[in-house]
Design a protein around this ligand. Structure first.
Ligand code: NDP
Length: 315
């Protein structure tokens, strides 16, 4: 049978390119989990994904209610779940003030981390039940949260501190809108959310890999400087960022290539190691990359897991 993969945020950029790459193998049915149904349908058509190889299901990660509904709807579809890709993200580098999810969490961390955390927890049982030879839960990470890299050292740097803002509800009222309790900074919130994504993947691995046989992995697909992720950035940045990445840092990858990399992590029989953060070298060969001290801090991962459980109503 075909495998079934859910990809969040498959309506543009990396998610769309990955959906296309997996659909084209003929081995996968792609569930595009998107907040904008029409946009997702159009996107699938525009890149030529054939009708029988995808379905769009509504998911707004900025609403925990929507996440729960999505999990129910998926279950009622009767499809098995063989792979889940947590890919969607928002990045609000120029925002002066925080904005919030339906439940009142700062939008960046609320969407990128908390929404995905609940989704992955709810769908874990479905993955567990799959009889597919490999079952995988992939959470897209980034270099920007990794302070052991050059890109990760561009200020403001990721730093979750002692999680006091998150523990306080991340709502800008009783607590700060930032995980570490500091002043709001949209670029930092994005980097923090990516550290959460990488910590969450490792905590899943520690808690569930042995018991379930599920592969948990994260990756940095390269700098895909042309995606919608940078849509909120100032025009000059959007103009100069792609050539800067292409010619100066040489970290640039096309959406197509990055989609191929994520598709590899989802379906390549040789990439089944769990707990790994994948990256690609100059020759486009995958390797197990090192995470920064904070992004591999097991104690912080455990604490983040427990605080997140409370916020999304699982504990
Ligand atoms: P895009 O902005 O092109 O794609 C982001 C996707 O997330 C869109 O489909 C968007 O939906 C979706 N999304 C945003 N908010 C929500 C929500 N509340 N509910 C459901 N879906 C939502 O960016 P990229 O493709 O670049 O980003 C994809 C992933 O890659 C992210 O995890 C990002 O952190 C990561 N990444 C990107 C890099 C890059 O250089 N671009 C580098 C490293 C990592 P909609 O179409 O409706 O807006």
């Amino acid at each position: 049978r075909k495998g079934t993969v859910i990809i969040t945020g498959a309506s543009s950029g990396l998610g769309l390119a990955t959906a296309k790459a997996l659909a084209e193998t003929g081995e996968w049915h792609v569930i595009m989990a998107c907040r904008n149904f029409l946009k997702a349908e159009k996107a699938a058509k525009s890149v030529g994904i054939t009708k029988e190889s995808y379905s769009v299901m509504h998911l707004d990660l900025a609403s925990l209610e929507s996440v729960r509904q999505f999990a129910d709807t998926f279950r009622r579809s009767g499809r098995p779940l063989d792979a889940l890709v947590c890919n969607a993200a928002v990045y609000l580098p120029t925002a002066k003030e925080p904005t919030y999810t339906a439940e009142g969490f700062e939008l960046t961390v609320g969407t990128n981390h908390l929404g995905h955390f609940l989704l992955a927890r709810l769908l874990l049982d479905d993955l567990k039940q799959s009889d597919y030879p490999y079952k995988r839960l992939i959470i897209v990470g980034s270099i920007t949260g990794n302070t052991n890299t050059l890109a990760g050292n561009v200020p403001p740097k990721a730093n979750l501190g002692d999680l006091r803002g998150l523990a306080g509800g991340l709502n800008g009222i009783q607590s700060s809108a930032m995980i570490d309790g500091g002043d709001f900074d949209g670029a930092k919130a994005y980097k923090d959310s990516k550290v959460c994504n990488m910590l969450t993947m490792q905590e899943f691995h520690r808690r569930y890999n042995e018991e379930t046989g599920i592969t948990f992995a994260s990756l940095y697909p390269g700098c895909i400087a042309t995606t919608g992720l940078f849509r909120e950035h100032i025009p000059l940045f959007r103009l100069l960022f792609p050539p800067f990445q292409k010619y100066i840092t040489k970290g640039y990858v096309s959406e197509e290539e990055a989609g191929g990399r994520l598709a590899q992590v989802v379906s390549d029989p040789s990439l089944t190691k769990s707990g790994v953060y994948w990256s690609w070298n100059k020759n486009s060969e995958s390797f197990e990359n090192q995470l920064s001290k904070e992004a591999s801090d097991a104690e912080k991962a455990r604490k983040l897991w427990e605080v997140s459980e409370k916020l999304v109503g699982l504990a």
